[in-house]
Design a protein around this ligand. Structure first.
Ligand code: G7M
Length: 331
């Protein structure tokens, strides 16, 4: 876990950047996950009126967090201060209604008691790809046969600059997020690092979201997996349970899956609390690790080289443009 001093200096640095943020566009919002994605600029240059990807562009994600009930129900186990005599002493209400036995209002709770209420993520400088990824867009259905994978998707993956997955290499080399690592198997072939996903605040076990990033650098996606990788996949399945124990999440509460298409072409496995809904678990993207292992083990050692994989792509993504230019108007 991050040390307090590291966490404090990071939050001061993030705040200093956000203080300069100038909103240009609301890229997207999702009421069900209570999240909004904003595009803006950061910097003091002359050119702040114009968003320049890779230079002054910044993408901010604002997400309302779940109420931290562990802190309320079990204050001894939480690091939150329960100084208030009553849960709602510090509650500030700014509007309200009553009808018979029913009352409702909006306002602000005490963050000492209920924990932080918002999670802010910042990508700066953001590339055009980051902006496209977060902008609301039409989705298209792709049916990728092995032949289409070889002629369209694989050349696209091979052309990805290594800088796209620099954050992955920073984690694997312990240059970044080293204090957040919760499990490591250092084996070069079958090893990996497990740490909290960027999207999780590592506080509320009910929304636990970890990611296992493999040490080997030759596996780009699901398509590369064969029986040669079963020891690696089984190892992740086994050790994910050990990692999750740290948050009190039992083995039978785990959902493990791989995205196809992923956002980053370095093999990683998502590990979430099965109670967590709606985050990248849709059937158009998520392949359950148990099923992946069984397909390779029980059906064919080269299952993922032979199978047709279907998925949805945003029509603004580079991969969609790539498909469209290869298939012309039939795409
Ligand atoms: O869609 P895909 O399977 O490629 O998912 C990548 C996952 O990596 C997502 O769940 C991201 O939230 C997560 N992620 C992305 N970045 C850039 C980081 C990062 O810098 N640190 C951590 N811990 N997770 C990240």
């Amino acid at each position: 876990m991050a040390s307090t001093s590291n966490t404090t200096s990071s939050s001061a640095a993030i705040k200093a950047l956000l203080n300069q943020f100038q909103l240009k566009e609301v890229l997207n919002e999702d009421i069900s996950t209570k999240t909004a994605w904003l595009l803006g600029t950061i910097g003091n240059g002359d050119d702040l009126d114009k968003v320049v990807p890779g230079k002054n562009a910044a993408v901010v994600t604002l997400e309302r967090l779940a109420v931290f009930t562990q802190g309320i129900a079990n204050p001894g186990a939480s690091n939150l201060r329960r100084s208030e005599p009553n849960l709602f002493t510090a509650l500030a209400l700014n509007s309200g209604e009553q009808n018979d036995i029913y009352s409702w209002a909006t306002g602000f709770v005490n963050s000492d008691v209920f924990g932080p209420d918002i999670r802010v993520s910042l990508i700066f400088p953001a590339t055009q790809k980051h902006i496209d990824k977060h902008r609301r867009q039409q989705r298209r259905w792709i049916t990728e046969t092995p032949g289409l994978y070889t002629s369209i998707t694989e050349p696209f993956i091979n052309a990805q600059p290594a800088s796209r997955i620099q954050w992955v290499y920073n984690i694997l080399s312990k240059k970044e997020e080293a204090e957040r690592i919760i499990y490591e198997d250092p084996d070069r072939a079958n090893g990996f690092i497990i740490l909290p996903d960027l999207k999780w605040d590592a506080a509320n076990a009910a929304s636990m979201y970890l990611v296992a990033i493999v040490h080997r650098r030759d596996l780009r996606s699901l398509r590369d997996l064969t029986n040669a990788h079963l020891p690696l996949l089984n190892n992740i399945r086994e050790k994910a349970a050990i990692a999750a124990e740290r948050y009190g999440v039992q083995r039978d509460k785990l959902r493990l899956y791989i995205h196809y298409q992923p956002s980053y072409y370095h093999l990683h496995v998502h590990i979430t609390n099965v109670d967590l809904e709606g985050r990248g678990i849709a059937a158009d993207r998520a392949h359950l690790l148990d099923t992946v292992i069984s397909n390779i083990e029980d059906i064919a050692h080269d299952y993922y080289q032979k199978v047709t994989l279907a998925y949805a792509l945003g029509s603004d993504t580079e991969l969609w443009q790539h498909w469209a230019s290869h298939l012309g108007s039939s795409a």
